[in-house]
Design a protein around this ligand. Structure first.
Ligand code: C2E
Ligand code: MG
Ligand code: MG
Ligand code: MG
Length: 291
């Protein structure tokens, strides 16, 4: 009997494992199809220069509305795309969509020529040779301004094959692409490492912004990150700004740019178009607040 129960358990365990694998495979197949058929969407979250307040650009954020399961979080489908190898097609698609969109927004608007687009990339993207040629082709095809595309990568992305990542970054940089270290402060990069990277900006992780008013220490940490970024010649961007108090403090500290629900949520291209139409970029932000 014990043996039978034991076997039952084994069978049950196997089945649940099997179900999980099958479910993941099904989701992977759906994702592959969604990418191939252009069923993903991109939302754009505004990034503002803080002092004086002025729209600086956007971060492109991928969205997947699954026909049966509804919205799936990027944390889930980006990881899935990375594991299954379809991240490359996804990244290429997001870069193409968002740069085409940026150029459309800028056309006929001399006041919007300074706007930039930030796109997230993964370690697999930096490891492939096709990224740089693809990006070059996209920028050419849409006639995007040099320097208008910034690729965001996390510290962990750079942990692996640094040399090959650096080669890819160099060839992208030759084409006018900029780089930003995303979620800065949450990874493990050493400072010497950071100094070697051809980056243009650091994005202070939103956990530090959230903790800003919880004590002296977190304020000093943000100040130190800002000092470091400045010393290395990088722009410093704060993410996850949710309260006016956080915004005021970051501005006082001299953080260059910021992003967060207070200033503007990620939104569809149409909403951005409307935002850009109602006012001159310098006058108003997505929350409708005056600078
Ligand atoms: P991330 O690059 O750090 O993007 C910022 C995330 O913070 C976004 O989450 C954004 O919606 C959210 N956020 C912005 N402002 C606030 C705020 O004030 N408060 C809070 N609590 N959150 C805020 P999202 O869109 O869910 O994306 C999560 C992550 O998924 C991104 O983190 C990025 O690592 C990844 N991701 C999204 N789209 C892409 C993509 O196209 N390609 C790649 N490789 N990764 C992507
Ligand atoms: Mg990012
Ligand atoms: Mg980030
Ligand atoms: Mg983040």
């Amino acid at each position: 009997e014990a043996k039978a129960a034991g076997r039952g358990r084994v069978v049950r365990f196997d089945r649940s494992m099997h179900d999980k694998v099958a479910e993941k495979l099904a989701l992977e197949t759906d994702l592959r199809r969604a990418i191939a058929q252009g069923q993903l969407a991109v939302q754009y979250q505004p990034i503002y220069q803080l002092e004086p307040r002025r729209l600086a650009g956007f971060e492109a954020l991928a969205r997947w509305q699954h026909p049966q399961r509804g919205a799936i979080s990027p944390a889930v489908f980006i990881a899935l795309a990375e594991e299954s190898g379809c991240i490359e097609a996804l990244t290429d698609w997001v870069i193409d969509q968002s740069m085409a969109q940026l150029v459309r927004w800028q056309s006929g608007r001399s006041d919007l020529q300074h706007l930039g687009m930030h796109v997230n990339i993964c370690s697999r993207d930096l490891a492939r040779v096709s990224l740089a040629p693809h990006v070059r082709q996209v920028l050419q095809r849409h006639q995007a301004a040099p320097g208008s595309l910034t690729l965001e990568l996390t510290e962990t992305v750079l942990m692996g094959r640094l040399e090959s990542a650096l080669r890819t970054m160099d060839s992208l940089r030759a084409g006018g692409v900029r780089f930003s270290v995303d979620d800065f402060g949450t990874g493990y990069s050493s400072l010497s490492y950071l100094a070697r990277l051809p980056i243009n900006s650091l994005k202070i992780d939103r956990s530090f912004v959230a903790a800003l008013h919880e004590g002296r220490q977190s304020l000093e940490i943000v100040r130190a990150m800002l000092t470091l970024g400045r010393a290395l010649g990088h722009k410093v961007i704060a993410e996850g700004i949710e309260t006016p108090a956080q915004l005021a403090t970051l501005r006082q500290l001299g953080v260059h740019e910021g992003q967060g629900y207070l200033l503007g949520r990620p939104m569809d291209a149409g909403a951005v178009t409307a935002l850009l139409e109602v006012a001159d970029a310098g006058e108003r932000d997505a929350s409708g607040m005056r600078p």
